[in-house]
Write a protein that binds this ligand. Structure first.
Ligand SMILES: [Zn+2]
Ligand SMILES: [Zn+2]
Length: 250
């Protein structure tokens, strides 16, 4: 699998990065994990506008899904006058309604579903193209999912947004690459069931036996080096900060 960080800024975009969005490729299939603010522009550095095969939305906070409204425009009102066939979009209950409402400019109630084939995510195991995916509820104020994606005996686990979560520990069990949020800073912000801090991300990776930890979703007002040091103190394996346009072979 090849993972490309399209955007990794937490909660709102930074000058350097769009919000959460990660492109995962294998066997010529392109799965996008989240499409937060600014992601659609960045995505076009990495593949054609219409080259995605499926989209997974971890939850419906704007920093993970709002560019789906822009992507709807690109697929529905194509420059050549055509309309894109629907691609699968996996998201929590109510995804279609939320995106339709966010788009707002009175499209017909069904117009989103003309270009997106919505599937409701529950905690389960299913196939997306060549990938086997496992989804679990994680600890966040809204219905939110972590996802483990497997292909060819390798695995990626993406936390989405979460506080400390036993479900996340299980999803990340022995995973090859653990893409884990670390939005909070240890000793500074402490709101249960919202976000992890660097230390908690490292502790989660240790409990899970993850092989490699990549910290993401760090907001522009947070010093990433503090979270990186905290994670390294709690996890013996390799730890690094996600950065836009970086790729990983998994
Ligand atoms: Zn977020
Ligand atoms: Zn969130």
């Amino acid at each position: 699998m090849k993972l490309t960080v399209v955007g990794c800024s937490g909660s709102f975009p930074s000058a350097e990065s769009a919000c959460s969005s990660y492109l995962l490729e294998a066997d010529g299939f392109r799965l996008l994990l989240d499409m937060g603010n600014g992601a659609l522009g960045e995505l076009q550095r990495h593949c054609g506008l219409y080259d995605l095969d499926a989209i997974f939305l971890s939850h419906l906070h704007a920093d993970h899904c709002i560019d789906m409204c822009a992507y709807f425009v690109a697929r529905y009102y194509r420059h050549d006058g055509g309309r894109c066939d629907p691609i699968p979009v996996y998201g929590p209950e109510g995804t279609e309604h939320r995106l339709t409402t966010a788009y707002a400019d009175t499209p017909t109630a069904s117009s989103m579903s003309e270009v997106f084939d919505f599937h409701t995510v529950k905690p389960s195991t299913f196939e997306i193209g060549p990938f086997t995916v496992h989804t679990e509820r994680v600890a966040h104020p809204v219905e939110a999912y972590g996802i483990r994606v497997e292909h060819g005996g390798r695995s990626l686990t993406y936390s989405g947004d979460t506080g400390v979560s036993a479900h996340l520990d299980e999803l990340a069990r022995d995973t090859d690459l653990f893409l884990c949020e670390a939005a909070f800073t240890h000793g500074k912000e402490n709101i249960p069931d919202l976000h992890l801090n660097g230390r908690e991300a490292g502790e989660t990776a240790t409990r899970a036996g993850a092989r490699r930890l990549v910290l993401t979703h760090i907001p522009p007002w947070t010093d990433p080096q503090v979270n990186l040091a905290d994670a390294r103190a709690a996890f013996d394996g390799p730890v690094e900060l996600a950065a836009p346009r970086v790729t990983y072979e998994i």
